[in-house]
Design a binder for this molecule. Structure first.
Ligand code: TDX
Length: 306
């Protein structure tokens, strides 16, 4: 198998992340998924597209929604058009946020047949791109699947995201920042478990189907932050409460029965405390990786009062 990585290297991308694997089997192309000519040339050389490319951070989408609509909606459209032209298998990576949120005491979790009800500019742009994929499957017969995953954590995650932001705050002598009442629940999954599920759907998923990916990892933000503080040897109240995110989704929770039953997928990295410890260790050992972008990220948060 050969892989072509097409990446725009925005503020969130880094060629260093894949430098070790570049070579005969992995090629890098610098470019934008909205560039129809480039996408056409790259897709002409492919059997399958795994579409991970997106603007993904909710807070950024609230401050400036334009890149989200442009990259996530128009970019997906461009890739679908190329997949159609060259009859290329298409897998779309998406998010549980397309389903909106759940109350804390709701006994239900998200399932594939739940109606879309996205809350933020980010999640609505992902919902729109999912709908394009479904239409291109039904109308043009593009051999497509979609997976909607819960919150990822692990190494190489940008320091704008909740877990790496708090770890790197502590490592730079800044108090962690918790939004609102801290009781919002996220359903955490390791990046490795997400990746193994994507591989299963790409290789064995039924065309035209959506699969929810989740590892039964529901925790509220306050509990996660206290666990990080504990792992890093700090007092559990050594953080700041900051103003809430507008439209902040209360709770996400995934029922991944379909993926487990149909494709036999199982998460492996399900010990969340162990996962947090190894994530903390990774950020401690890789200051060179995150330090150059930390100040600019915190500056963006300061402008939003968070
Ligand atoms: O400093 C913070 N303090 C805080 O309390 C940050 C950055 C976040 N939070 C809260 C907001 C959320 O309730 O933590 C939770 C997680 O926040 P994010 O890391 O921004 O993730 P979220 O908004 O849940 O979205 C993530 O999961 C779904 C990804 O960014 C999306 O791309 C993915 O689709």
């Amino acid at each position: 198998m050969r892989v072509i990585v097409l990446d725009a290297l925005t503020y969130a991308g880094r060629l260093d992340n894949i430098r070790d694997v570049l070579g005969d089997r992995v090629e890098f192309v610098h470019g934008d998924i909205r560039d129809a000519g480039l996408v056409d040339r790259v897709v002409a050389r492919c059997d399958a597209i795994v579409h991970f490319a997106a603007e993904s951070h909710n807070d950024n989408s609230i401050a400036d929604p334009e890149p989200f609509v442009s990259t996530n909606v128009l970019g997906t459209f461009r890739l679908l058009q190329a997949a159609r032209r060259y009859d290329v298998r298409f897998h779309h990576i998406s998010t549980d946020e397309v389903y909106g949120d759940l109350a804390l005491d709701d006994p239900r979790r998200f399932t594939e047949d739940r109606a879309y009800q996205p809350s933020s500019p980010y999640s609505s742009s992902k919902a729109a791109s999912d709908l394009l994929v479904r239409a291109w499957y039904r109308t043009y017969g593009v051999r497509a699947t979609i997976s909607n995953c819960s919150n990822n954590y692990g190494p190489y995650q940008h320091v704008e995201k909740f877990i790496p932001r708090q770890i790197t705050n502590i490592l730079t002598g800044v108090r962690p920042k918790l939004y609102g009442d801290g009781l919002n629940v996220r359903d955490w999954i390791s990046t490795q478990d997400h990746s193994s599920a994507v591989w299963d759907v790409l290789t064995r998923g039924r065309l035209g189907e959506t699969y929810l990916i989740g590892a039964d990892g529901e925790h509220d933000n306050l509990t996660v932050l206290r666990a990080i503080l504990r792992v890093m040897g700090r007092a559990e109240d050594d953080f700041d409460w900051v103003r809430d995110r507008p439209g902040h989704d209360r709770r996400y929770a995934i029922d991944s029965s379909k993926l487990r039953k149909e494709l036999g997928w199982r998460p492996v990295h399900t010990d969340f405390d162990a996962g947090l410890r190894s994530t903390v260790a990774w950020y401690q050992a890789h200051r060179d990786w995150w330090m150059p972008v930390k100040a600019a990220t915190e500056q963006r948060y300061r402008e939003q009062g968070r």
